[in-house]
Design a protein around this ligand. Structure first.
Ligand code: SF4
Length: 385
C-alpha cells in the first residue's frame, strides 16, 4: 500500500448507472432450481441481500454522493423505473429460496422512500428456507429516524444501522455537505433505542485529515450506551469521490488510537461473513466489559474480507450487483416485467451467482490505477453500502 492512488473527480452524469447485462430466458441455459444453498466460484454461499429502495438522498457526503456530481441537474431515476414494493418482495422471496437469510434496506437514503414501513411489513412476512423469519435490517443517515423509528419497528424491522461521521457539529455538517445538525441524528438514534431495536449500530467513515480527530469523542460518547460504534475505512467506491490512499486511515491505527485511552480486546465474529472486526472494551483484569460494550472496524482497504463475502446487491431499478466495486449489473427487472415465473427468476439468479468470482478488495493493491478497461465502478449511492 505504498503507491499514492488518485482517481480524478469526474462528472459523468450517467457514471452512477453502469452498463447491465440484459437477461433473457435462454433455452440453452438449464433451469436451475432454488435449493436453499447456492455457491459462487469461490464457494461463497448467497446469504445476504442488500436492497436499495431509492437512488436519492438528502445528504451529500463527499465520499459517496459529492455535490458537484449529484446536483440539481443529476438524472435521478423516475418513479416508474423503481421496483415496486410488490416486485421487491417477490424478488426477495426468490432470493430467500436460494438461501438468503438477511435483508438490508439501503439507498441513497431509504427513509426518503414513501411508506417504507409497508415494504418492511411485506418483507417481514417472508421466511428462510428453514421457515425462520429473515433478519431484516436497514441502514440510514438518521435524518428521518426520529419520526419513523416506531412505525418501522411495528412493521417488523429488527435492526437499524445509522451513519454518523462525527460529533462535532461543524465537522459533521461539512461531511454531509448539507449543513445537517448532529443533534437530529442523535435524536434519531435515541428514538430507535426507545422503539426497541436490537443493538443500534453507528457507522463512522474515517477520512484522514477530515474527521479522524472525531474517533475518540465518538468512542467516549457511545461507550456504555448499548450502541455498537463501527469505524469504516474510506473506500474507493464508485467513480466520483476523488479517493486517495493517503486519506485512508488503516483500522489498525484507529484501534490503536482508541486503545490508548479506552483499552480494547479482540472479540470473535458474531456471524458468517461479518464485515466488521469486533473489539470489546476491557476491564482492568483484561476481560470484556460487556456493559461498556464494543466497537467494530470495517477494513475493506487494508484487511480485505472478500474470502467469505456472501452479499448480493439489488439496485432500486432491479439491477443485481455481485460486488460493491462492480462495474456491471444484471437486469432482473426486465425479466420480472417480461412475465418470467419464479422458477425462471430463481434460475437466472442461480446462473449469475454461480458465475461470481468478485474479490475487488483483495485485488485492489495489485491493480493498476487505471485498469484501462474504461469500466466505471457503480456508485455506492445507487446500490447501497
Ligand atoms: S470487495 Fe466485493 S467481494 Fe470483496 S468484500 Fe467487498 S463486496 Fe465482497
Amino acid at each position: 500500500m505504498t503507491s499514492r492512488t488518485t482517481i480524478p473527480l469526474i462528472d459523468e452524469r450517467r457514471a452512477a448507472r453502469s452498463p447491465s447485462t440484459a437477461l433473457t430466458l435462454s433455452p440453452l441455459l438449464p433451469l436451475l432450481p432454488a435449493t436453499g444453498l447456492l455457491g459462487d466460484q469461490l464457494g461463497r454461499p448467497l446469504h445476504d441481500l442488500r436492497i436499495s429502495v431509492t437512488d436519492r438522498c438528502n445528504f451529500r457526503c463527499s465520499y459517496c454522493m459529492p455535490k458537484e456530481v449529484f446536483n440539481k441537474d443529476y438524472p435521478y431515476l423516475p418513479h416508474a423505473a423503481l421496483l415496486s414494493f410488490e416486485e421487491i418482495t417477490r424478488l426477495a422471496g426468490v432470493f430467500a429460496r436460494h438461501g438468503v437469510r438477511k435483508i438490508r434496506l439501503t439507498g441513497g437514503e431509504p427513509l426518503l422512500r414513501k411508506n417504507l414501513e409497508q415494504l418492511v411489513a411485506q418483507l417481514a412476512a417472508l421466511q428462510s428456507v428453514d421457515g425462520q423469519p429473515l433478519d431484516l435490517t436497514l441502514t440510514t443517515n438518521g435524518s428521518l429516524l426520529a419520526r419513523k423509528a416506531q412505525a418501522l419497528r411495528d412493521a417488523g424491522l429488527q435492526r437499524v444501522t445509522v451513519s454518523l461521521d462525527g460529533l462535532d457539529d461543524a465537522v459533521f455538517r461539512s461531511m454531509n455537505d448539507v449543513d445537517f445538525p448532529v443533534r437530529d441524528v442523535l435524536t434519531g438514534i435515541e428514538a430507535a433505542q426507545r422503539a426497541g431495536f436490537g443493538p443500534v449500530k453507528v457507522n463512522m467513515v474515517v477520512k484522514r485529515g477530515t474527521n479522524d480527530q472525531q474517533i475518540l469523542p465518538m468512542a467516549r460518547h457511545f461507550r456504555g450506551t448499548g450502541v455498537v460504534l463501527r469505524f469504516i475505512e474510506y473506500m474507493d467506491v464508485g467513480a466520483t469521490n476523488g479517493w486517495r490512499m493517503d486519506e485512508v486511515m488503516p483500522s489498525s491505527e484507529v484501534v490503536a488510537r482508541v486503545n490508548a485511552e479506552l483499552p480494547l480486546l479482540p472479540l470473535s465474529p458474531s456471524s458468517l461473513g461479518e464485515t466488521a472486526a469486533r473489539w470489546g472494551y476491557a476491564r482492568p483484569d483484561g476481560t470484556h466489559d460487556t456493559a461498556a460494550g464494543e466497537i467494530g472496524v470495517i477494513s475493506s482497504v487494508t484487511q480485505a474480507f472478500c474470502h467469505d463475502c456472501n452479499r448480493a446487491r439489488l439496485s432500486t431499478e432491479g439491477q443485481l450487483y455481485l460486488c460493491l466495486f462492480a462495474s456491471q449489473g444484471h437486469d432482473l427487472r426486465s425479466l420480472l416485467r417480461s412475465g418470467a415465473t419464479d422458477a425462471q427468476l430463481a434460475s437466472a439468479i442461480a446462473h449469475i451467482w454461480q458465475g461470481r468470482d468478485d474479490r475487488y478488495s483483495e485485488l485492489r493493491a495489485s491493480m493498476p490505477a487505471d485498469s484501462g478497461t474504461g469500466a466505471r465502478r457503480v456508485e455506492m449511492s445507487y446500490i447501497g453500502g
